[in-house]
Structures are given as C-alpha cells and as structure tokens.
Design a protein around this ligand. Structure first.
Ligand code: ATP
Ligand code: MG
Length: 364
C-alpha cells in the first residue's frame, strides 16, 4: 500500500475477433495488480480495425491514433476479420491499420520473448530435450528494410519482361538505435547478443553488420556474435538454447520470430512489445484475431496478460507489478488450468474468462 498513488493513461485497442475477449481479461488483471502495487490505471478504450470500420468507415480513426499518442502506453488485442479478408486487396483497409498505428507511434524495436514454460514443455511439436529451458529474446527492427525501401513496384525490364521489385534500404540511424536496444537488453539478460543477417551476399546486410559492430564498442561487456539467416533458421529448431538475445532486420525478424514461436507450442502464449525512442510503446499478443474461435470464450488470454506485463516493465518501468503478473500466470498453470490450445490430459480445461479469473486468484 503506497501513499502517493502513481497514475497512468492506458489506451486499450480491443479490435476484432478474440481481441475484445482477451483485452477485457487483461484489463481486469492490470486493475488488480494496480490496486495491489498502488498504481492507478486510467483506461481509454478506442476502436481500431474492422470494428472501427463498422463505426466510421476507417480502420484507424484519427481520434484513435491521437489518443494512443497521448497515452503512457497502448495495449492492442488483434486486428482483422474474415469479412475484410474477402474484400479486394486495395479495399482491405483493416489490414493496414496496424502498420499505420506502428508508424504513427514511431515504434522501431519489436521485442518478442520466446520462453518455454516448464508447465508447457509438452505443448511444443519439438522434442522435450530441445525446448526445455528455452529462454530467448528476438528483437526485430520495425521501420526499415524491403517493406518500405524505394524503388518498389511493377514494371518492365530492358528485355521487355514484366517484373516486380522491392528494395532493401537501411539508414545508419535505424540500425544504430535498434542495436542499442538489443545491447541494453542482452546486458540485462545473459550478456550474449547474436546479430542475424545475410552479409555474405546483401549490401544492406553488410552495412547492418558494420553498424552493429560499430555500436558494440559502447557495450564491451556484451559478447557479440553474427550468424547468417539461413543458418539461424536451422539453428533455431536444432538447438534454440544456444541463443539468448537476437537482433535482426525487419523481414528476417518477421520470419524468424514466427518460426521461434513454434518452439513454445502455442501462439496463444506469446506477448510482444514495440518501443519508440520516446512516447508510448505498443504492446500486443503476437497472435491474430482468430475469427475461427471468436465469440466462443475459447481464446487463450495469457499472451495478452503477458503483453500487459511487458507494458508495465518496458513501457512504464513498473517491474515489480510486471513480475507479479508473470508469477501469477505461472501459478495458474501450476494449478493445472489450461485453455484448449495448451490443454493436455489431466489438466483443467477452461475458457478465456475462467482463465482470467484464475490469474486474478493467483495474483491475490
Ligand atoms: P493475422 O493475420 O491476424 O495474424 P492469422 O491468420 O495469422 O491472423 P491467428 O488469428 O493468429 O492467425 O490464428 C491462427 C490460429 O491460431 C487459429 O487457428 C486460431 O484459432 C489460433 N489462435 C490464435 N490466437 C489464439 C489464442 N489466443 N488462443 C487460442 N488459439 C489461438
Ligand atoms: Mg499472423
């Protein structure tokens, strides 16, 4: 019980599909941990994605972005609906609201912890010996690379062949700032950082490696290594325990983090944090809106609850409250509660709401 209660403004973006279900659970968890730790949360719930489309015809309304920018941190559920997926690509406005939200918040470093909990070792499709004890952090650059580089488009080459093209571009400042986040993160973990690139063939990757090495002189206590992305893809499933902190560019990070998520078994367990140089961070589960199970109280809310823990730790510097949430999640799993995505025989099968209730119980 603290006398001077701290207060934070949190923008909640429930979004589509299971988004509202998991956000509602995570909100309750934040409220309870707040009351235990003497922290007040003022929630501002705003529409995004298909849900916003229904209300106003745009997937990222101006007011939503403004509210997000003005808050201390943003917690997002998920974006995307079948309804929109069936539309023509150029009509698919709900699909780009996440890119615009990230751009608007200027988040450039995406942190994805890949942690195999002892209680869920059997959920992985990989062998127990391989996944047991895996605890790594993937840091993906979010603003540069082949997604945004110019020239891009369609055209015709000198022989009259039709072509499509994109360009990988990285500015030194983009690499430097994400590298610093990676070194800082590695320093707080086991002190090992692996930078993943394709510097044997790509100039943008050679430049990436050169900048990472340049920044490494600021962190003599961190052991830096480099790996080519093709080898890294293999090593991640062969022996993931050799990694601690990984830093990589936008496209390799996209692919490697999806690959790494399978080490842990369920996409319903994995949180993420996207951080900016200043201003609020964006915190969200790595899963999508899961329309196949939406509205059925089946979603695993733990990825969003763990994203709320990342929000406390990385977004607000409230490490104690974050640790409390993580412990409560472990305790809930210890007591045998499982949603269907992580269920195995002998455990207690529960829905989204009940899982949330059990985490609240573990918090108390
Ligand atoms: P997006 O394009 O929005 O990323 P996606 O097509 O990649 O979406 P998801 O929405 O993440 O896919 O769903 C993939 C599968 O994982 C679905 O079968 C879904 O039911 C399941 N899934 C996703 N999130 C959860 C969760 N929190 N709990 C249980 N199952 C989930
Ligand atoms: Mg997806």
């Amino acid at each position: 019980c603290s006398s001077t209660a701290k207060s934070y403004n949190i923008t909640l973006l429930p979004g589509d599909g299971i988004g509202p279900e998991v956000i509602s659970v995570a909100k309750n968890v934040l409220n309870l941990v707040g009351s235990i730790q003497g922290i007040e949360f003022k929630f501002n719930e705003m529409p995004i994605g298909g849900a916003a489309m229904d209300l106003s015809g745009v997937s990222l309304p101006e007011e939503t972005l403004t509210a997000a920018k003005q808050s201390d941190a943003v917690l997002l559920g998920a974006i995307g609906r079948y309804k929109w997926d069936k539309m023509e690509r150029h009509d698919l406005k709900a699909d780009t609201s996440l890119l615009h939200l990230r751009g608007g918040l200027k988040v450039f470093a995406n942190l994805r912890p890949v942690l195999v909990l002892p209680q869920l070792v059997d959920s992985s499709t990989l062998k127990k010996e391989v996944v047991e004890g895996v605890d790594l952090m993937i840091i993906r650059e979010l603003t540069g690379d082949i997604y945004f580089g110019k020239p891009k488009g369609y055209g015709t080459d000198e022989n009259g062949n039709e072509i499509g093209f994109n360009t990988e571009v990285y500015a030194a400042y983009e690499i430097d700032r994400v590298a610093r986040i990676a070194f800082e993160t590695a320093r707080k973990r086991s002190g090992k950082l692996c930078s993943i690139d394709k510097a044997n063939v790509l100039e943008a990757s050679m430049f990436w490696r050169k900048r990472v090495i340049a920044i490494s002189v600021e962190y003599p206590d961190v052991e830096l290594s480099h790996m080519f992305v093709d080898n890294a893809a293999m090593q991640l499933v062969r022996n993931p325990k050799q990694f601690d902190t990984i830093v990589t560019n936008n496209i390799f990070g996209d692919i490697l983090s999806d690959e790494a998520s399978m080490i842990t078994g369920s996409i319903g367990m994995l949180p993420s944090a996207s951080l900016a140089a200043s201003g609020p961070g964006l915190f969200e589960p790595i899963h999508g809106s899961a329309p196949d199970i939406a509205g059925q109280d089946k979603a695993n809310p733990l990825a969003t609850i763990l994203s709320a823990a990342m929000l406390l730790k990385h977004g607000l510097g409230e490490k104690k409250a974050a640790d409390r949430i993580e412990l409560a999640v472990l305790n809930t799993l210890d007591r045998g509660f499982r949603t269907s995505d992580i269920y195995s025989l002998g455990n207690k099968l529960v829905g989204c709401k009940e899982m949330g209730e059990q985490v609240l119980k573990s918090l108390d």
